[in-house]
Design a protein around this ligand. Structure first.
Ligand code: WTA
Length: 679
C-alpha cells in the first residue's frame, strides 16, 4: 500500500462503482431550436486547427482592437490568449446590448421571502447602475485598472452590478462566497492585496435575515495581521436607507453605498479598453496546501470561452429565461450566471436563498412564475429537492428545454429523477465537468448532438482534448475499465493564467506532474493536471470519480482538508487533527474530523464543540464536520505520517485494508469501536 497520503484519502477511492447506463436521446423539439447542431464544430476546434479554431468564440464578443497572436506560449505554462486584443467585459455584458435589448430583463432577482416583490433589471437599468457605481469606485474609492478589490457578497443584484462596475474600470474583483467567515475573507483580502472591501449589511437565508456586515470587522483584522490594510469598506444595504446589521459602522472607514450613490446619479463612465490578457477577476479555491489559491482569470480569453460555452452547451438564446441556481460566490456563478449569459444578452435569474425555503416547491413556483426554460443546478440540490419533495415538480406548470448538473458526480438514480420528474421527460440534460481553474466546461455532451448517459459527463467539449494517465504517465485507453488521472492536452482560452502572485505553485500543482520538458515553450509538453480521477468508456464518455488530492467536495464546493485541519489546531487542547471525506446522502461528501489531544487533557463534549466552532469561524458553516472524534492517538506509519486512508475507511464503514505497516496498529481497533460502535 502506498504511503502517499493524498492518494490514500482521495474521494476517487471511495467513489461508487456504477454500472454502464442506457442512453437517453435529446428531444426533437430541442434539436430543432438548438444553437449548435453541426458536428463540424469538433473539427473546427480540433488540435489540427489549434489554436486558431477558438477565434470562433472570440468573435462572439465585441473588441476595441483585434489581437495579433491567438495563443502566446512564450511564458509556458502561463498561457496568453488573444494577445494584442483590447476588450472590456462590462461593455460586452451591458452596453452592446442596448441598441436591441435595452428594455429586456438582464437580471430577474427573486428575494427569498416569498412576499417580497421580484426585481427586474433591464439592460438599460443595469447600464445606469453599473455606470453610477463605476463612477463611485473610481472617484470615491480611488480604484483604477489593475487594482484588486474584495467583494464579500451574497446573492443580491448588487453583486453582479459591482462585478460589472469593477470590470468597466479594469479593476480586478475577487468575490468571496458570502457564506465564508470573516476570517476566510480576511485571508483572501490579504492575499489579493485589496484595500477596499465591498459588502452588505444582511441577507436572507432559510427565512432568517442574517447579519453579514458583522463579518467585516474580523475580515479587516485578519487582513491586517497578514499585512494588508483596508482603508474603505463599502456597505450595500439589503433595504436601502435601512441598516439591518447590529455591527457599528466605523467612522472614516465604513460607508453606505446607497448614501454615496446620490452624488453619482446620472454619471457615465467610459469602459476602459483592457488588454485581452489582463486579469478580469480572482477566484479563490482550495488546493493541496492550507492556503487558498487565487485563480487568476483573464479578460479576453475567459470572456470568449464563457460566451462560447454558454451559447453552445447551455444553448442560451436572448429569448430564453435562464436560471442557474448556483451562488455567484463560486466560479459557476461567475461564468454561468453573470459573464456567460450576459455576453449573450440573456435574461439571467438570481435567487437569494435556499431552494427549500419555505418548502421544496419553491424552485418550481419560481420556474412557473418566470417561465424559466433553462435550469442549472448541482447534484446536492437535486438530491435535497428529491428527498424533500419528490412529487413537487408535477404540481407546477413550467417546462424546461434544457437542464444542467454541475459540481460533483451525479448518481444515475438521481439523474433519472432530474430527467423524468424535474424535466418531465422533455428536457435535455448536460452533466458539465470542470473546475474553478478552468473558467468554463471541460466535458459535457453537446446537447443537440449527443445522447445523454446518466452518471457520465460525456465527451470533451469542442476544443478540449483530455487524456487519462496512470501514475507513471502511460495513457489509459478508452474502454480499459480502469481509472486514472484525467489531464487536458492543450490550453484553452478560459483557463486561468496563474495563481495570484504564486507562479511556482501554479506550475507545481497543475503542470509539473506530467510535464515532458520543463524548459519547453511548446504547449504539447505541458498537459494540465486536473487532480480528478476519471475513466473513459468505450463510447468516449468520461465518468468523473472525484478528487485525487486532499480536497473534499462538499455539496459541490471544494474544501481543503488542510484548511480544516489547521482550524482544528486552533483549539488549544488539540494536538493533532485529520480530516477525511464521509459519504453523505445529500451533500455527496462531508468532512469527518479526528483529533487527538495534548497530554493530560481529558476528552469532552466541550472540546468537540470547540473544534466545530473553530472550523465554522475560520472557514464557514459549509465546512461544518459531521462528527468530531477525539481519539487517543492517530493511526500512523512508521515514518510518523497520519494514515488518513484508514480513518476514511473507518468513517465510511469500509474495509480498512492492510494495516500491518502501521506503527500503532492496535489503535485502529480502538477507533473502529468508537466510530462504528462495533468491531
Ligand atoms: C468536481 C466547480 C463530477 C470535480 C465547477 C472537480 C465534478 C471539482 C463535476 C471542481 C461533474 C465538478 N461531475 N465531478 N459534472 N463538476 N466536479 O472548482 O472533482 O468548485 O475537480 O468547480 O468538482 O470544483 P470547483
Amino acid at each position: 500500500m502506498s504511503e502517499n497520503e493524498s492518494i490514500e484519502i482521495s474521494e476517487a477511492q471511495i467513489a461508487v462503482h456504477w454500472q454502464e447506463e442506457q442512453y437517453f436521446q435529446p428531444p426533437a423539439s430541442f434539436i430543432a431550436q438548438a444553437n449548435m447542431t453541426d458536428p463540424a464544430i469538433y473539427e473546427h476546434l480540433s488540435l489540427d486547427n489549434f489554436p486558431e479554431g477558438f477565434k470562433a468564440y472570440a468573435d462572439l464578443l465585441t473588441w476595441y482592437q483585434y489581437w495579433h497572436t491567438t495563443l502566446d506560449t512564450s511564458d509556458a505554462p502561463c498561457w496568453k490568449w488573444f494577445v494584442g486584443g483590447k476588450i472590456n467585459a462590462s461593455y460586452n455584458c451591458v452596453d452592446r446590448h442596448l441598441t436591441k435589448y435595452k428594455n429586456k430583463a438582464a437580471i430577474l432577482y427573486v428575494p427569498e421571502p416569498e412576499d417580497e416583490p421580484h426585481v427586474a433589471l433591464t439592460y438599460q437599468e443595469l447600464y445606469v447602475r453599473v455606470n453610477e457605481l463605476a463612477a463611485l469606485l473610481r472617484d470615491f474609492a480611488g480604484l483604477k485598472a489593475g487594482d484588486r478589490v474584495t467583494l464579500h457578497m451574497p446573492m443580491v443584484p448588487e453583486l453582479p452590478i459591482t462585478m460589472l462596475a469593477c470590470a468597466r474600470l479594469g479593476v480586478i474583483h475577487s468575490e468571496v462566497y458570502g457564506g465564508f467567515s470573516g476570517g476566510a475573507c480576511g485571508e483572501r483580502i490579504a492575499d489579493s492585496g485589496s484595500r477596499v472591501l465591498i459588502t452588505i449589511d444582511g441577507y436572507y437565508r432559510s427565512a432568517n435575515l442574517l447579519d453579514h456586515k458583522e463579518k467585516s470587522d474580523l475580515a479587516i483584522k485578519v487582513a491586517k495581521e497578514n499585512g494588508q490594510a483596508v482603508d474603505k469598506v463599502l456597505v450595500w444595504r439589503r433595504y436601502p436607507g435601512k441598516y439591518v446589521s447590529k455591527s457599528p459602522m466605523v467612522k472614516n472607514r465604513d460607508y453606505f453605498v446607497d448614501d454615496l450613490l446620490g452624488d453619482y446619479a446620472g454619471k457615465r463612465v467610459e469602459p476602459v479598453p483592457m488588454p485581452a490578457e489582463d486579469p478580469l477577476f480572482l477566484m479563490y479555491t482550495s488546493g493541496t496546501t492550507g492556503k487558498p489559491k487565487g485563480c487568476q482569470h483573464s479578460t479576453g480569453g475567459y470572456l470568449a470561452y464563457v460566451a462560447g460555452t454558454s451559447k453552445y452547451i447551455q444553448d442560451i438564446h436572448p429569448e430564453d429565461v435562464y436560471w442557474c441556481m448556483a451562488d455567484i460566490g463560486w466560479i459557476t456563478g461567475h461564468s454561468y450566471i453573470v459573464y456567460g449569459p450576459l455576453t449573450l444578452a440573456a435574461t439571467s435569474v438570481m435567487y437569494e436563498g435556499v431552494p427549500t425555503c419555505p418548502d421544496a416547491g419553491r424552485p418550481w413556483r419560481i420556474a412557473e412564475r418566470l417561465n424559466v426554460n433553462i435550469f442549472h443546478t448541482a447534484p446536492t440540490t437535486i438530491r435535497m429537492l428529491r428527498k424533500a419533495g419528490p412529487n413537487e415538480p408535477k404540481k407546477y406548470n413550467y417546462q424546461f428545454k434544457h437542464m444542467t448538473t454541475v459540481g460533483e458526480p451525479i448518481e444515475p438514480e438521481v439523474w433519472r429523477w432530474y430527467y423524468h420528474v424535474v424535466g418531465k421527460g422533455k428536457a435535455v440534460i448536460v452533466d458539465t465537468w470542470w473546475q474553478t481553474e478552468n473558467g468554463g466546461f471541460l466535458c459535457s455532451t453537446m446537447p443537440a448532438l449527443h445522447p445523454m448517459k446518466p452518471g457520465s459527463a460525456g465527451p470533451a467539449v469542442p476544443g478540449i482534448h483530455p487524456v487519462i494517465y496512470d501514475e507513471d504517465g502511460n495513457e489509459v485507453e478508452a474502454g480499459a475499465g480502469k481509472a486514472g488521472n484525467i489531464c487536458i492536452k492543450n490550453p484553452w482560452p478560459g483557463t486561468f493564467q496563474t495563481i495570484w502572485e504564486d507562479r511556482e505553485r501554479y506550475v507545481a500543482q497543475y503542470y509539473e506532474k506530467y510535464c515532458k520538458d520543463q524548459n519547453s515553450k511548446d504547449w504539447r509538453d505541458w498537459p494540465y493536471f486536473t487532480s480528478d480521477a476519471a475513466m473513459q468508456a468505450e463510447d468516449g464518455y468520461y465518468r468523473i470519480l472525484g478528487r485525487v488530492d486532499d480536497v473534499i467536495n462538499v455539496a459541490g464546493h471544494r474544501l481543503g482538508t488542510k484548511e480544516i485541519e489547521s482550524a482544528c489546531l486552533l483549539v488549544s487542547e488539540v494536538a493533532e487533527s485529520a480530516v477525511v471525506p464521509l459519504v453523505d446522502e445529500i451533500k455527496g461528501r462531508v468532512p469527518d474530523v479526528y483529533v487527538s489531544l495534548q497530554p493530560d487533557i481529558k476528552p469532552s463534549k466541550k472540546i468537540e464543540n470547540a473544534v466545530t466552532k473553530s472550523i465554522e469561524t475560520t472557514i464557514g458553516k459549509i465546512a461544518r464536520p459531521k462528527n468530531v472524534y477525539i481519539v487517543p492517538d492517530m493511526p500512523k506509519t512508521r515514518s510518523g505520517k497520519i494514515m488518513r486512508r484508514v480513518l476514511a475507511a473507518i468513517s465510511n464503514g469500509r474495509d480498512i485494508g492492510d494495516v500491518t505497516t502501521l506503527a500503532n496498529g492496535e489503535i485502529v481497533e480502538e477507533i473502529q469501536r468508537m466510530v462504528q460502535g462495533q468491531l
